[in-house]
Design a protein around this ligand. Structure first.
Ligand code: SAH
Ligand code: DHB
Ligand code: MG
Length: 224
């Protein structure tokens, strides 16, 4: 009953605030056809990310976990002329579907999908002399979130916004007897983020078409 209401309200909100969008709709359709798991952000959540990235005036965005490129398209659309998004994806098939979805959205010029394990590609990014990222979206394997946070901070400046998906896991994160890898990963991440002196952070619970979960958001306030 409750989940049904969440679904209906998400449907209502998405029709109202997002509507049909050929490139995004096709990205979801082709991701599903290719057998990708339907764990992309919801449309209203994608638009939320887009608005956040525009609010901070992001010119460079880092995404950890591409899947079929649905959130990638939302985020890249926030970029100004000359802006760049790098998205990290370990599964070659996901990266391939994402590249096709991104090409159809006419965003190939702004987006680079880097294949490989994100811990490796993040360390690779650290060796390149590049500007810090303005916005970082963490959304890959949950057990690695702590490592991704540490590496993300090294790729940040004061003012970088870090957004992490899936940190509530149906509420299981607040149940210390739950030791599932996804849940424990999110719990360790929340603990690390809360204790991290270089950021000011909070987390918000969400319900909707993707069930009951939540996100964390952190503003980098110092580099030391
Ligand atoms: N951001 C996407 C959803 C990402 S789902 C969206 O909202 O549309 C998580 C993705 O992370 C999956 O595609 C998975 O293959 C990828 N992933 C899992 N472990 C990874 C790792 N170690 N390195 C890079 N990507 C990984
Ligand atoms: C799941 C959901 C996500 O949004 C994600 O990024 C990874 C996994 C899940 O429900 O398992
Ligand atoms: Mg997610």
């Amino acid at each position: 009953m409750t989940e049904n209401v969440w679904n209906e309200v998400d449907h209502y909100l998405n029709e109202l605030f997002v509507g049909s969008d050929p490139a995004l709709d096709a990205a979801l359709r082709d991701s599903e056809t290719a057998g990708l798991p339907p764990i992309n952000v919801a449309p209203n959540h994608g638009k939320f990310l887009n608005i956040l990235a525009r609010t901070v005036g992001a010119r460079t965005i880092l995404e950890i976990g591409t899947l079929g490129g649905y959130s990638t398209i939302w985020l890249a659309r926030a970029l100004p002329e000359g802006g760049k998004l790098i998205s990290l994806e370990a599964e070659p098939k996901h990266a391939e579907i994402a590249r096709a979805n991104i090409a159809r959205a006419a965003l190939s010029g702004k987006i680079e999908i880097r294949p490989g394990k994100a811990a490796d590609t993040l360390n690779q990014l650290l060796t390149e002399s590049r500007e810090p990222f303005d916005f970082i979206f963490i959304d890959a394997d949950k057990p690695s979130y702590c490592e991704y946070l540490q590496l993300s901070l090294k790729l940040s400046r004061v003012g970088t916004l870090i957004f992490a998906d899936n940190v509530v896991r149906k509420g299981a994160v607040a149940d210390p007897s739950n030791h599932e890898a996804l849940v424990a990963g999110a719990r360790r991440f929340n603990q690390m983020l809360a204790a991290e002196p270089r950021v000011s952070a909070t987390a918000i619970q969400t319900v909707g078409s993707k069930g009951y979960d939540g996100f964390a958001i952190a503003l980098v306030t110092s580099l030391t």
